[in-house]
Write a protein that binds this ligand. Structure first.
Ligand code: 6GU
Length: 264
């Protein structure tokens, strides 16, 4: 996969040289290129922002440097027919999640346009649709100062799904959100630590019981921390023991969907 990131703070993306993603780049699995937006300015002051039409606080990123930068990035697209995907990090975007990470991991070429200040002149977003599939994307309902930190998160989430990046692909299967639930708790040696014991079932060697215990932990955790996830959970073909566990947590299966009981 090829990724191009455009930012006025290219140094912000330095962590992508480390760890799993850094290794993936060294191994040639991920071709990541960071571009400084200011190199696409033509004025003496290399200005990338100006005051907003209509008034209001803050500054807006100017259209022309972005058009110059994105034109170059679009020309770097491996010619395979489809358009590259342009992700525009913004608190006003669609929510990023694991499903979107998997979707983006299928692409040949991703580009990220890191806005700062109050955002990028909206005409750039419209114009860019001639060259890219444009997707404004948000990490969640809070405000960052710019898109760079969001890009770090999204490139890591997508990059680790590329074939060969995560050594043991099994670890992608059992993690949080891969099955719509939060992950079960994990433990390692010693079995007794500061008077706290590892749950005995994990030492039993009974793999069926262990799998069931873990799934029940997933239900309990998800009900406690992220009940919103249970509303969309496909409960159509759950074993009896799972339905019983969910009943104890206050949920019943109705038409394959989990429903929170009024009396719970
Ligand atoms: Cl993707 N960008 C910015 N600037 N703020 C955010 C965000 C993205 N997601 C949540 N807050």
């Amino acid at each position: 996969m090829r990724i191009d990131v455009v930012s006025i703070f290219p140094e912000y993306l330095a962590p992508l040289e480390l760890s799993l993603i850094g290794k993936a780049r060294q191994d040639g699995l991920l071709d990541l290129n960071v571009h400084d937006l200011r190199t696409f300015t033509t004025d003496k002051h290399r200005s990338v922002d100006d005051t907003p039409y209509g008034g209001g606080a803050g500054m807006v990123m100017k259209a022309e440097p972005w058009a110059q930068a994105l034109t170059v990035v679009a020309e770097l697209h491996p010619d395979d027919g489809g358009k590259p995907v342009l992700i525009v990090p913004s608190p006003a975007g669609e929510r990023f999640n694991q499903a979107l990470a998997y979707e983006l991991a299928e692409e040949k070429h991703l580009a990220f346009a890191c806005g700062r200040y109050e955002g990028i002149d909206e005409r750039v977003i419209e114009w860019a649709q001639e060259h890219f599939t444009v997707r404004p994307v948000s990490l969640g309902d809070y405000v960052l100062n710019g898109g760079e930190v969001a890009v770090l998160a999204m490139v890591e989430a997508v990059g680790r799904l590329l074939p060969g990046v995560v050594g043991n692909p099994e670890s992608l299967v059992e993690e949080s959100h891969s099955d719509g639930l939060l992950e079960y708790p994990v433990y390692t040696k010693p079995a007794s630590w500061r008077d706290r014991e590892v749950p005995p079932v994990l030492l039993s060697g009974n793999h069926g019981k262990i799998a069931q215990w873990r799934r029940h932990q997933q239900y309990a955790r998800t009900a406690d921390r992220r009940p919103d996830l249970l509303a969309g959970f496909d409960a159509g073909s759950l074993p009896r023991a799972d339905r019983t566990e969910l009943h104890h947590l206050g949920y019943d299966v109705v038409d394959g969907q989990l429903v929170r009981r009024d009396d719970a």
